[in-house]
Design a protein around this ligand. Structure first.
Ligand code: TYM
Length: 356
């Protein structure tokens, strides 16, 4: 008896497989699961706009299919989707240049995800730390969708043959899995270079914004304390108050980055300032070395309000006009489908599915 009961693809890794030769494409997504925060803004939204403004074609979608891997109130989901779309637009994405769409409106995501479910290995998914964090102590009560979540993410990316994927650091492992799936598909089906191995762009100026209450925990919408994060819906007074109360320490700011290594809260606040002001952290320290948080926090609050106020005001304006958002999403879904459908048709052919 062999040690395996299910047949697997012949393992014949081609030598010198040709590299992918398609065009440069940037793609990213944000879950439609409620409140966006400063971490999403600095780690993702702001960077998408910068990449768009460099002239790269960008695909930005609202991951509503990922959102339902945990319970979402059906009465609210469509509005949550509109809210993310509003955040894309408010942070500077231009629907004429970038394609903004809801994931569930492009059927090909589900089609490709199924094929990838049959390419990815259980052992690969077993290593995913985000599943472990999100399922907690009750793995057996989690949805199957939560487990295969990274496979759908790989489908999102490869459906458009994206070459670069800007995200915060927390998505790094999912992006590595995407590369593994692309390589295994290309290899198993003998189609070298069919899918690109997308480059993870997880090294932005603030790839991991930390909680304002605990410098060792990521800023996250699931943190029970609202004081831990700055929401994209917070008004100026709330932002100022949250930064004033943010955990810090009694020391003055040092003049080197290394000296912040054992001061996680101080490091986080300096990182946030730098990302908001488009400065390096070294430049921020050069300006504030020797000063304490009594002086630094008001300066940071001013920067945060200055950067966030136009975004939050525009989000509010857009949310008051859902028809305008819906027009953008519908147009985006049509343009996205026009690119995705032929790719999934080709995949079906490669896999050998019946065709008339
Ligand atoms: P999501 O919705 O959790 O987060 C959206 C984006 O925000 C980044 N982010 C952060 N960046 C810095 N500091 C933080 N504290 C912070 N918190 C969140 C995330 O890294 C992400 O870039 N699985 C994805 C959505 C997704 C996706 C994709 C992304 C689905 N398909 C395909 C890229 C490509 C997620 O849950 O992101």
């Amino acid at each position: 008896m062999t040690d395996t009961v299910t047949p697997t693809a012949p393992q014949s890794a081609p030598q010198n497989a040709p590299a992918y030769e398609g065009p440069r494409r940037i793609l990213s997504g944000i879950q439609a699961s409620g409140a966006l925060h400063l971490g999403n803004y600095l780690g993702a939204l702001k960077r998408f706009t910068e990449l768009q403004d460099q002239g790269a074609p960008c695909f930005l979608f609202v991951a509503d299919m990922h959102a339902i891997t945990v319970w979402q109130d059906p009465a609210k989901l469509a509005d949550q989707t509109r809210e993310i779309a509003a955040a894309y637009l408010a942070s500077g994405l231009d629907p004429a240049r970038s394609i903004i769409f809801p994931q569930s409106a492009v059927r090909a995501h589900a089609d490709l995800a199924w094929v990838f479910n049959c390419v990815a290995r259980l052992g690969w998914l077993d290593r995913m730390t985000q599943f472990k964090e999100k399922s907690g102590k009750h793995k057996e009560r989690s949805s199957v969708g939560l487990y295969t979540y990274p496979v759908l993410q790989a489908a999102d990316i490869l459906l458009y043959k994206a070459t670069e994927v800007p995200t915060g650091e927390d998505q790094k492992q999912h992006l590595e899995l995407t590369r593994d799936i692309a390589a295994k598909f290309n290899n198993d089906f003998g189609v070298p270079g069919f899918f690109p191995l997308p480059e993870p762009l997880t090294q932005g100026p603030a790839p991991r914004v930390m909680s304002l209450r605990d410098g060792s925990a990521k800023m996250s919408k699931s943190d029970p304390s609202d004081q831990s994060r700055i929401n994209l819906t917070d008004d100026a007074d709330t932002i100022v108050a949250k930064i004033r109360k943010a955990r810090s320490d009694a020391d003055v700011l040092p003049d080197t980055l290394e000296a912040l290594n054992d001061r996680p809260e101080a490091k986080n606040l300096v990182t946030i300032y730098a990302a908001l002001a488009d400065m390096t952290r070294e430049q921020v320290l050069a300006q504030y070395a020797g000063q304490g948080f009594g002086a630094f926090k008001p300066a940071l609050a001013e920067r945060a309000v200055e950067a966030m106020a136009p975004v939050t005001a525009e989000m509010r304006r857009l949310m008051a006009d859902p028809a305008e958002i819906d027009r953008v999403l519908k147009d985006g879904a049509e343009r996205a489908s026009a690119i995705a459908d032929p790719v999934v048709d080709e995949v079906k052919k490669i896999v050998g599915f019946w065709r008339a």
